[in-house]
Design a protein. Structure first.
Length: 512
């Protein structure tokens, strides 16, 4: 298929439509993190409910995104992209109208199905349609704009949540999605791999979807029933077995949704491992940072969203430049230094304890956010360019799907595993804090039962006036202890991502 110049009218329409559609999904995820406290209060949701609201979407996205990329290559990237956008905005409208937690979780699943078809389409269209010499710059532009609107999500989410309008986080997707659909329909040509067989790997899609569902369910059950429970054992074992089954299916399949030969390319494998570790740490770090600011440190949800503005500014000024550097010099050094700097930022943030609210922002959260933002600004575009540049054009949709799947799988497992770990860390710290308070066994059980709500833990109504401030302090200190541990583990994951770049990434990879 002939390619077009980035600055040509056709190139500009491709970029604008891809950025708009991607922005919907990314705004949705970051804004939702900020409005979780308001949503929790409005819908009377538990801490576990919150993680399911996040994971219902991410689970479907991670499970189906591989087949979404593959369908685009086979049936037409524009067609599948537009189908995904339509399903996503329908799911968004339903989420905004949800009367309760159960409905919201169900409608988030619909959003996830739409996202799985939509998200790979943006990068696939860019990679297959833009001139190869300008792809790094195009991907850098896409990364910069999508990350800017992504980080604008917390500001928007905070403002809406403080105004009692958290549902509009979902409604805002409707005009954005409709605008992208009109542009694609009128201005963008169809793109597909003409040599691709039309067979769809439904067996593989089913195996990976069930595997991720069982693994996520198992991890989410740990806070409620403990690790030594048959539900946890069976779920995790079934998930691992289904994952192995998926690999066997892909090896034997004539037309696999995830061609395993792509992983023979060291750069492709290394970039995806880097993505898994780095975005796992990023997801957990940003979620618990937001919860800490709002539920413990006294920030409003708007103030919490505004704290990410330095990150946004750096992405605007650096990401496209970093994409250009990757074009000229290769991505390896950027993908070693970027994640290492980002993990240093998470480590700095882990040491923030009690603050004087937003007034202390510049001496507490600001330094860590700046360091973290600097690292991510030099990572996002080169990482995407490394993935897309390591495969031939015929696999562009599949490669985009695999890399996006790694990001979503990282998010799913981060939310599930770190959610379970946070409750365990919180409970352990709370047990230590309660040693100083005179309580009977029943009172201790009522107090510790609130651990699943983390920063939103409430002092039981029967608590005496003398003990109430002590229990509130214990909850506060316990959350800070859990937060510090989560941030340090997140930083370790970022460091492992940098290590993957050292071992695997090459500047001139042979395309698969």
């Amino acid at each position: 298929m002939p390619t077009v110049a980035l600055r040509s009218p056709a190139g500009k329409w491709i970029m604008v439509s891809a950025i708009l559609a991607s922005s919907m999904a990314f705004i949705d995820s970051t804004a939702l993190n900020v409005v979780l406290p308001a949503l929790q209060k409005s819908l009377q949701a538990s801490g576990t409910d919150l993680f399911w609201i996040l994971n219902a979407y991410l689970l479907m996205l991670a499970s189906l995104i591989l087949i979404g990329g593959s369908l685009g290559d086979k049936l037409g990237r524009k067609k599948i992209f537009m189908t995904g956008i339509f399903i996503f905005i329908c799911g968004s409208a339903a989420c905004g109208l949800s009367p309760g937690v159960t409905y919201l979780i169900i409608f988030r699943i619909i959003q996830g199905i739409g996202g799985a078809l939509m998200i790979p389409g943006s990068l696939s269209l860019i990679s297959s349609s833009i001139n190869p010499k300008e792809r790094g710059k195009a991907i850098g532009t896409w990364s910069a704009f999508t990350t800017v609107v992504t980080m604008g999500g917390p500001v928007l989410g905070g403002a809406l949540a403080d105004a009692g309008l958290w549902r509009y986080i979902f409604f805002i997707n409707l005009p954005i999605g409709i605008a992208a659909l009109v542009m694609l329909w009128l201005k963008v040509k169809e793109s597909r791999d003409e040599d691709s067989n039309q067979a769809i790997d439904f067996a593989g899609a089913t195996a990976i979807a069930l595997s991720l569902a069982m693994l996520t369910f198992g991890f989410l059950r740990i806070p409620a029933v403990g690790f030594n429970n048959w539900q946890v054992y069976i779920s995790l074992a079934a998930g691992a077995l289904l994952l192995a089954t998926f690999i066997v299916i892909e090896v034997k399949s004539k037309y696999p949704m995830m061609p395993l030969q792509l992983f023979a390319n060291a750069t492709f494998s290394g970039a995806n491992l880097l993505t898994l570790f780095l975005y796992g740490g990023l997801s957990a770090g940003m979620l618990f940072l937001s919860l800490n600011m709002v539920q413990v440190q006294g920030y409003s949800q708007l103030q919490s969203g505004l704290t990410f503005l330095p990150f946004t500014v750096m992405m605007i000024t650096i990401a496209r430049f970093a994409g250009g550097l990757a074009d000229k010099h290769g991505p390896r050094l950027l993908l070693i230094c970027g994640p290492a700097v980002a993990c240093a930022g998470l480590l700095i943030l882990s040491f923030v304890k009690q603050t004087n609210g937003p007034a202390a922002y510049w001496t507490t959260f600001f330094p860590g956010i700046v360091v973290f933002g600097l690292g991510m600004s030099f990572t996002v575009a080169p990482l995407t360019a490394a993935v897309m540049g390591s495969v031939s054009d015929q696999f562009s949709g599949t490669a985009s799907g695999v890399n996006n799947a790694m990001t979503r799988i990282a998010n799913v497992f981060a939310n599930a595993i770190f959610g379970a770990l946070a409750v365990l860390f919180f409970s352990g710290a709370l047990q230590h804090q309660l040693k100083e308070v005179k309580l009977d066994t029943k009172q201790k059980q009522e107090i510790t039962a609130q651990a699943v709500n983390l920063g939103d833990a409430k002092v039981p109504a029967a608590t005496t006036a003398v003990n109430k401030p002590l229990i509130e302090k214990a909850y506060h200190e316990s959350f800070i202890a859990a937060y510090a541990n989560i941030m340090r583990i997140s930083a370790l994951l970022g460091f492992l991502g940098a290590l993957m770049a050292v071992i695997f990434i090459r500047n001139k990879a042979v395309k698969t």
